[in-house]
Design a binder for this molecule. Structure first.
Ligand code: GLY
Length: 297
């Protein structure tokens, strides 16, 4: 908000806001201290999209770089021939640009990861599939069994979405996440995919998602919200209808999916699969963040 109130760009404001979240060690779903994948390694996804040009930059499955949103912005600005870099290629690009590296796992996030792994009863993973011949093979099969059975732990979890409009009228949407805890190494979620977890089109509005990324990928949910805005729906209805569409998909791993939306003229709304979910709004006149309910579908 300081950047926007000083007349700065929505691009700078979204990047800065997400960096603050990425650097918050108490948040275990984004940046440093994000919960790791099935191998115990933190892999981060992030993206940023500009509403006037629909330019999009993203990185996915990035290890050891604590601010993926800034690398995503550089993809947008310095690699216009591409939109998404993943894994080692994204890390090479970050290294070339001189981004600092860091150990992304903290003692607290590692302890949380282990606690949740240990909370799964080892007997529950003994089954047909785990009768493999070598220890290594059993380990890999057991990990897959764990992945299939692992539900998100209690308490808030998820990705951060920030959408901003600046004084020039530019509309920018950014998303950053450490993704689903215990994900398969290399798994890319909706946060790095245009149209799935992030979409911005200045003519109609922007939208972003949190929660079960595979549903947002399959449903094209962020783009679906923007298409609903284009059809004349208000942001809350546009979000609710996009979520209803995603909910119609069969999914054995179904978990909460949420979305929110903002238009260039300041209309906003959100929806979620459960009661009690909120999103936060600030305007040029706000003295504190306002919490708004999301429509439960
Ligand atoms: N929505 C974040 C993820 O699924 O990774």
């Amino acid at each position: 908000m300081e950047i926007l109130r000083a007349g700065g760009s929505a691009l700078d404001a979204v990047e800065r806001g997400l960096r603050l979240c990425e650097d918050n060690l108490e948040d275990h779903y984004i940046g440093t201290s994000g919960l790791p994948n099935a191998r115990g390694i933190v892999e981060l996804d992030a993206s940023i999209m500009i509403g006037s040009t629909r330019a999009f930059g993203a990185v996915a499955a990035v290890k050891n770089y604590p601010n993926p949103i800034s690398i995503a912005r550089k993809v947008l600005e310095e690699l216009p021939q591409h939109s998404i870099l993943v894994g080692e290629g994204a890390e090479d690009f970050a290294k070339y640009l001189g981004f600092p590296t860091a150990d992304l796992i903290t003692p607290e996030s590692k302890a949380l990861w282990l606690k949740q792994l240990e909370s799964v009863n080892s007997e529950s993973i003994e089954g047909e599939n785990t009768k493999a011949t070598s220890g290594d093979e059993r380990y890999r099969l057991a990990t897959l069994e764990l992945l299939k059975r692992m539900a998100p732990h209690d308490g808030p979890w998820g990705t951060i979405n920030i959408i901003a409009v600046d004084q020039s009228g530019e509309l920018v949407c950014g998303v950053s996440t450490s993704g689903y805890p215990y994900k398969h190494p290399g798994r890319v979620g909706d946060s790095a995919i245009a149209g799935a977890g992030n979409y911005a089109d200045i003519r109609y509005g922007a939208a972003a998602c949190t929660g079960r990324g595979e549903l947002a990928i399959r449903g094209g949910t962020a783009r679906s919200v923007v298409e609903n805005l284009r059809a004349g729906q208000d942001p809350q209805t546009a979000c609710a209808n996009a979520l209803l569409d995603a909910r119609s998909l069969l999914d054995d791993f179904r978990a909460e999916l949420r979305c929110l939306s903002l238009t260039q003229d300041g209309r906003h709304g959100g929806a979620a699969g459960m009661e009690g979910s909120t999103y936060t709004l600030m305007t040029e006149h706000s003295t504190a963040p306002e919490f708004h309910p999301r429509r439960a579908i």
